[in-house]
Ligand binder design. Sequence first.
Ligand SMILES: *Cc1c(COP(=O)(O)O)cnc(C)c1O
Length: 467
Amino acid sequence: MDKNIFYRNIPKVDLIMEYDEIKRLSEVHTRELILNSVRKVMEDIRDLINSSNDEEEIKNKINNVVADIIIDVNKFISFNMKKVINGTGTILHTNLGRAVISKESIEKASKLMTGFSNLEYNLELGERGSRYSHFEKIITKITGAESAMAVNNNAAAVLLILSTFAKNKEVIVSRGELVEIGGSFRVPDIMAQSNGHLVEVGTTNKTHVYDYEQAINENTAALLKVHTSNYKIVGFTESVSVEELVNIAHKNNIPLIEDIGSGVLIDLSKYGLDYEPTVQESIKAGADIVCFSGDKLLGGPQAGIIVGKKQYIDKIKKHPLTRALRIDKFTAACLECVFHEYIDENKAIKNVPVLKMITKELEEIEIQALNLFNKLSESIGNLCELEIMDCESQIGGGALPLQRIKSKCISIMPKNISTSSLEKKLRMQETPIVGRIANDKFLIDLRTIFDDEIEIINEAFKEVLNS
Ligand SMILES: *Cc1c(COP(=O)(O)O)cnc(C)c1O
């Protein structure tokens, strides 16, 4: 095959720019943007001629030049971050943005975003105010703590707390609590980053009161308790309770710091879930500094919330890192909104999307499943095998790792394409749908599906299976 013929057949850039379709494109987009795409497509063609011996393939590529340019331009101007439909049933899906926040929060926050606000302005006094003041009162009211603040995320909160108190000093942690959260957040590494010395006590499965007591010396800055939020040590185990740790710490005039991870404010065991320690209980038990995530079980924006005794929180607020780790106005506004929901527990369960999904009744899920099943049966029933099946949802986000919640899913097994190709095509939709594959069936768990997404799912399946 004479590749030179093909090279000669590649249309010239100037000529392409004169095609009608391309001219129409240049009514909407700049010449530079189009030229970029034209050059890219030309390069792809040259690469293909170079690497392929398939004449048909090369001819097709050359014939498709205009369409490819239009696709490339559209790809460039379309947004990369997209709303995704989460059919995995994992409520706090780290890859899919973790906690979903309510429309009400966003509407309130967006009003503050599109205009000026009193972010750091005290309206009563007419002078400079604190960005923490907007949510400090409500967080302290709900958690029972004296003082509160928030930083970028809980990893930042732990770093800031240790940097404030542990620099060149010792902090005692149980060996069973040396957590790795993922994304290289490990308790020993954060300790090193804060210039603190980690003193490990006890063993992986058992740590006793005397382990802590024996490790305390004049250079001890604090005791640290880390909630093992993403794993469980079961069997022959023992750990020291917050009350007991507070006791030991206060006898020695040092604070007890607790990284509680998820920051749940409601006793979830009332709703049939495993017990997860609440922030209020830690404060009540006397913990001096408690930190937790804003976007795990709390169901708010990404943030690291620090609550505790005023003397300690004041000291943290003055640390130079606080300025570097501070939250923005959007987060401040959303935090105020989400904590407002917790004034009334029933309101929180109803209005905080994370809690709503966790406590979603099986009957409600069944109704949704039937609704989606009926729609799909009508539109693509002849192209696949459809079924409503039992399944189990997970909390995710490193919270309640053993928890499984009974749920319902739609199972789809396509007849004309493979299940993995279906999965990929759904992922490539304008509103991508992410689900799970099990036993060669594509599964959509309805626990994490919102009512207004059912029709979008139906349309996506129609398009994918009919094309
Ligand atoms: C999740 C978690 C963190 C990290 O919180 P982010 O908000 O994700 O930064 C830290 N400690 C514990 C115990 C956690 O569970």
